[in-house]
Design a protein around this ligand. Structure first.
Ligand code: F6P
Length: 353
């Protein structure tokens, strides 16, 4: 018999379209199985302050199609302090919350792992537009953000074509270039600059010059925000060196809102459902990942460690705790992530002109 009688749900960090689908699926799965659900508002801040409502199935009606998160979000520094953690644990006791599903990026997962260590079993779901979580192929919100970028850049391209201009477009993604790379390919960008792979500025300038001679009127250059100020720099030098009039557009937060795509709704729903099943089976300290179209669990500490290796932020000695099996899994995931990016980048380069 499961010891879980009430599951809390929270969203934390940058919101992402599809989070609502996860909240809805987790709520309804739990209720169907006779388990109560507590909606925790404003992420870990709401947990500390007791901003909580017991949910019925109707509380999650008519929101699967909305962006943002009905639970609201927060980046709560107090939660990282011993006092904040003590308050959060006390809130769980007071509201009889036996476990929490925490939806967000790596910061949210750190909170989930800490809470589990303090006696509140947690499961993490990857909710971030950035897709910067190594253990999962896709994060909730990535697809919607990219589709919004496509729409925006298609519009920019129309006006570039009319005026024979170049548009440098900066997109979100924090320190990761997944959004820029995927949308760069899908919008037919002439060049894509991301933090993970050295950018050949000279090649880009030559490509613009050559293609202009060829009759190409519009140019899109996609740049990740992970290269701060680089988009503006390119927008300055492109007209100076190539003679092509250039504009700069930073799409910013506009791509984080809006109705989730089918993919993000489905991913959120599948992961929300799976997380409840795992929690009721007595599993916690795990995260849900999508790999090869399948939702699979992974130990939260291993997931975060692999992520630190990928991002180059691993601390000395951290890898010594890994078993041989963990190392195999880590190497498989790292190789897969890096190979995918390299392959896409190489393809992008070949098809850009
Ligand atoms: O992690 C999601 C994200 O939108 C990043 O792409 C971006 O760098 C960051 O959050 C922006 O954070 P904020 O909403 O706090 O400005």
């Amino acid at each position: 018999m499961s010891q879980i009688r009430k599951i809390g749900l929270l969203t934390s960090g940058g919101d992402a379209p599809g989070m609502n689908a996860a909240i809805r699926a987790a709520t309804r799965t739990a209720l169907k199985r006779g388990v109560k659900v507590a909606g925790i508002y404003r992420g870990y801040r709401g947990l500390i302050e007791g901003d909580i409502k017991d949910f019925t199935a109707r509380d999650v009606s008519n929101m699967i199609n909305h962006g943002g998160t009905i639970l609201y979000s927060d980046r709560c520094k107090e939660f990282a302090t011993p006092e904040g953690m003590a308050k959060a644990v006390a809130t769980c006791k007071e509201h009889e919350i036996d476990g929490i599903i925490c939806i967000g990026g790596d910061g949210t997962w750190r909170g989930a792992a800490d809470l589990t260590a303090h006696g509140v079993p947690c499961i993490g779901l990857p909710g971030t537009i950035d897709n910067d979580i190594t253990c999962t192929d896709y994060t909730i919100g990535f697809d919607t953000a990219m589709n919004t970028i496509l729409e925006m850049v298609d519009r920019l391209r129309d006006t570039c074509e009319s005026h024979a201009r170049c548009n440098v477009v900066e997109v979100m993604g924090r320190n990761a270039g997944h959004i820029a790379l995927h949308t760069g390919i899908a919008t037919g960008a002439t060049a894509i600059a991301i933090p993970e792979i050295p950018f050949d500025e000279e090649q880009m300038l030559n490509d613009i010059i050559e293609c202009r001679k060829d009759g190409k009127r519009h140019f899109i250059i996609m740049v990740s925000e992970g290269l701060p100020g680089y988009g503006e720099h390119l927008a300055k030098i492109i007209p100076e060196i190539t003679g092509v009039e250039t504009r700069f557009a930073c799409l910013g937060h506009v791509v984080r809102g809006g109705a989730p795509t089918l993919r993000d709704r489905l991913l959120g729903a599948e992961m929300g459902h799976a997380a409840v099943e795992h929690m009721l089976s007595g599993n916690s300290n795990i995260v849900m990942c999508e790999r090869d179209d399948t939702i699979v669990p992974m130990d939260i500490h291993l997931a975060m460690l692999i992520d630190r290796v990928y991002k180059g932020t691993v601390k000395p000695g951290e890898l010594e705790t890994l078993t041989g099996k963990d190392i195999d899994i880590m190497n498989m995931l790292l190789t897969r992530k890096r190979a995918k990016m390299q392959k896409l980048y190489a393809a992008a380069h070949e098809i850009s002109k």
